[in-house]
Design a protein around this ligand. Structure first.
Ligand SMILES: CSCCC(=O)C(=O)COP(=O)(O)O
Ligand SMILES: [Mg+2]
Length: 228
């Protein structure tokens, strides 16, 4: 019996185009000035050092680091220092009201219902924990952070890696088979299932279904059978 639900964000409870057409371009536009202005701040300096380590160029200059980060945004790389920096940059956009966090109405209703029914709700996204908190703090439905018990990002591991899910389960008071993982990406569902989590595939945007995972097109199709 399912006791906890871990949800992905992009493509599962948030429209893909909000991330790709709003958040990523905003980060790309603001990043050069943000890095130049804040490079000495510890939270930023730590990520710049991580970029240099990742590209194995400990003495890389600022332009090289900025161009590396811009290329990673363009290629939608889920590399931890980029995702951490994006969260810091998006904070300004949310605070200025440049955008609000898109949440599908059916997802919001589903999450509210499951919380009221006693499920513990968690988030696991490639977006940093900061970015996750921001999208829910400044969501289309107002501040909905109280829905979630905790957040996980790529610091526990990459989303297509089984050990990341084992790592999350080791931090929760549940067995793997008591946890349902929701995602739009089959490779993520495969990784979660391989360490014993139950899975449910969200196919909102024409993705191909997999025989390995049950699927729904939106949360209006969710039934109690998915919690069995
Ligand atoms: C937290 S909103 C931004 C999401 C993001 O940066 C991203 O890369 C999407 O990854 P997800 O794991 O939510 O599909
Ligand atoms: Mg996703």
């Amino acid at each position: 019996m399912i006791k906890a639900i871990i949800t992905d964000i992009e493509g599962t409870i948030t429209r893909i185009s909000f991330v790709k057409d709003v958040l990523f371009p905003y980060a790309a536009k603001q990043l050069p000035e943000f890095i130049s202005a804040h490079q000495q701040q510890p939270a930023v300096a730590e990520q710049l050092a991580a970029v240099k380590a990742f590209i194995d160029q400990p003495n890389a200059d600022l332009d090289t680091v900025i161009n590396t980060l811009l290329a990673w945004i363009s290629d939608d790389k889920k590399i931890t220092p980029l995702k951490q920096l994006q969260g810091l940059i998006w904070q300004t956009g949310y605070e200025n009201g440049d955008f609000t966090g898109h949440i599908y109405p059916d997802a919001y209703q589903f999450l509210q219902h499951q919380q009221q029914a006693g499920q513990q709700l968690y988030v696991y996204s490639s977006g940093s924990v900061k970015a996750q908190e921001l999208i829910f703090q400044y969501s289309d439905f107002g501040d909905i952070r109280s829905l979630f018990k905790d957040y996980f990002d790529t610091k526990v591991g990459a989303k297509q890696t089984p050990s990341a899910y084992a790592n999350i389960i080791s931090q929760l008071p549940f067995n793997a088979d008591e946890v349902l993982f929701l995602s739009d990406v089959v490779a993520e569902l495969d990784a979660a299932k391989s360490v014993g989590l139950k899975t449910l595939h969200l196919i909102r945007d024409g993705q191909t279904s997999s025989p390995a995972h049950p699927y729904i097109n939106d949360f209006s199709q969710f039934t109690t059978e998915h919690l069995a």
